[in-house]
Design a protein around this ligand. Structure first.
Ligand code: AMP
Ligand code: MG
Length: 472
């Protein structure tokens, strides 16, 4: 039986101004190293021998119904506007309607050069491909909106960067790849007609219950403020929150030098290219507002009287910090087991966080331990926990802890940086055991899994990962 992907493409119909048609560039020796059966089931992807899947998801064979193209976009990178980015190493094969009623993009990342590659080679390393595979699937398991991973294929080619590394192609699935930067592309060129077409398309696809550019802006704001609060609640740092890496759908997208924190500190940065800490953990809520302001600026260019819309757009953007804070409070109240809302909760939570930072507490293990009796042992000075605990107990008026709901808000397992590094170096020498084990354990991150306690351990001093790289 041959591999069937029930394509139903709409983006390709928007017109040539939105993309450049491009077929994947074949690779030397494609080898399927991961395939997500569960996701394939949702997408209606069926059949196919391993060899055929390697050929299709490595870019050597075009499946029936695919209409491959590189999407155009612009974007602010570290605050500087770049009027022309676009998929430089990714190709949209097309869309499918999932059996959950949701439309999905199927994209190959690392499938060769496109019209937008600039000086890049259009390829991806195995390391970042496996990293994105694991992290995006964990994100999904954590209940956080995200793109997903359908397949990973080793190419049998060496990618030459600072040194030679094995190449790979990731098959990525997203509810779309429309970005803030997609709107910026048309707005910055005064292509008002295409901006209108894109706005209508985004509304139909993601937020069919709203109308007009300001309706879309409001919906994106709401989705992004949920997303950022969710990231904060699991100690996730995206690392490159450029406007071209900010999806209109509210999904986490473009996993590069991202990381989950081990020790809690608000200023944590891992990305080697983020030298000033623009995208540090605690800056993420502000950056999301900044990105929304760029979307607002782009969207109003299509209105008869942009000046008139400025007031409404400003009001929408200015409401975002308070919304994110509400979502953040909801998440963190659940993490510390508060059943209802009180005005002083924010102070109680931030007090805990500052004590955690001062006492070298592991973010994940510190919160997870709250529902048991081991939290104080996580603090270098356990007395710092005790004095906070008194306030916590008083706030709960002696009610017992809702252990089940707390454990559903505080994952036991996250993809720890040092494990991810170990997984990548093993895979580079052909050993996929840790990759497979991480995928299995992290599929149920909230469950206690006594056989895998080693994956809960923070890194020892010599295992700490200081910096992450995007590998482009
Ligand atoms: P990123 O920071 O990975 O989201 O990428 C920013 C821009 O650089 C996007 O337009 C990418 O398509 C492009 N890009 C990244 N890596 C490569 C590569 N190896 N070859 C061509 N384009 C790339
Ligand atoms: Mg990107």
């Amino acid at each position: 039986m041959t591999l069937q992907i029930p394509f139903d493409n709409t983006f390709a119909q928007l017109g040539s101004g939105f993309h450049a048609k491009q077929r994947p560039t074949p690779v030397k020796e494609p080898r399927l190293v991961a395939f997500n059966e569960t996701l394939a089931g949702i997408l209606g992807v069926t059949g196919g021998e391993t060899q055929e899947m390697a050929a299709v998801f490595g870019g050597n064979q075009l499946p029936d119904g695919a209409d491959p193209l590189a999407q155009i976009y612009a974007g602010h990178q570290f605050g500087n506007f770049n009027p022309q980015l676009g998929d430089g190493r990714a190709l949209l094969l097309g869309e499918v309607m999932g059996n959950d009623g949701q439309r999905y993009d199927i994209q190959l990342k690392g499938a060769g050069p496109t019209a937008f590659s600039r000086n890049g080679d259009g390829r991806a390393w195995l390391g970042p491909v496996l990293r994105e595979y694991v992290v995006s699937e964990v994100m999904h398991a954590l209940g956080i909106p995200t793109t997903r991973a359908l397949a990973a294929v080793e190419t049998g080619e060496t990618i030459q960067r600072e040194r030679g590394r094995p190449g790979a192609v990731l098959t990525r699935v997203a509810s779309s790849h429309l970005r803030v930067g997609t709107f910026q592309f048309f707005a910055s060129r005064g292509q008002t007609e295409n901006l209108k077409i894109l706005t209508e398309y985004a509304i139909q696809r993601h937020h069919p219950d709203v109308s007009g550019p300001m309706g879309l802006l409001r919906a994106v704001r709401d989705a992004q403020s949920q997303l950022i609060a969710a990231w904060m609640s699991v100690g996730f740092i995206h690392g490159v929150m450029n406007t071209d890496n900010c999806a209109i759908s509210g999904e986490t997208i473009d996993y590069g030098p991202c990381a989950f924190m081990d020790l809690y500190h608000p200023n944590t940065v891992f990305s080697s290219i983020d030298q000033r800490g623009r995208y540090a953990y605690s800056n993420q809520p502000d950056i999301a507002v900044w990105n929304l302001a760029q979307l607002a600026t782009a969207l109003i260019q299509q209105l008869e009287d942009p000046q008139e819309a400025v007031e409404e757009a400003t009001e929408i953007v200015h409401a975002m910090p308070a919304l994110t804070e509400q979502n953040w409070l909801t998440r963190f109240r659940a993490k510390i087991g508060l059943p209802d809302e009180q005005a002083a909760d924010q102070a109680l939570i931030t007090d805990l966080l500052s004590r955690m930072a001062a006492n070298q507490v592991d973010f994940t293990n510190g919160f997870r331990a709250l529902s048991g009796a081991q939290a104080r042992a996580q603090f270098t000075d356990p007395a710092a926990f005790d004095s906070w605990e008194e306030k916590w107990v008083a706030r709960r008026q002696g009610e017992p802890l809702p252990e089940t709901s707390m454990n559903a808000a505080n994952p036991a397992f996250i993809p720890r940086n040092h494990q991810m590094e170990a997984m990548i170096s093993a895979a580079e020498s052909g050993d996929y055991d840790l990759f497979n084990r991480l995928n299995t354990v992290l599929a149920t991150p909230f469950a206690d899994q006594p056989d895998h306690k080693d994956l809960q351990q923070p890194p020892s001093a010599d295992q700490v990962v200081q910096a992450t790289f995007c590998g482009t």
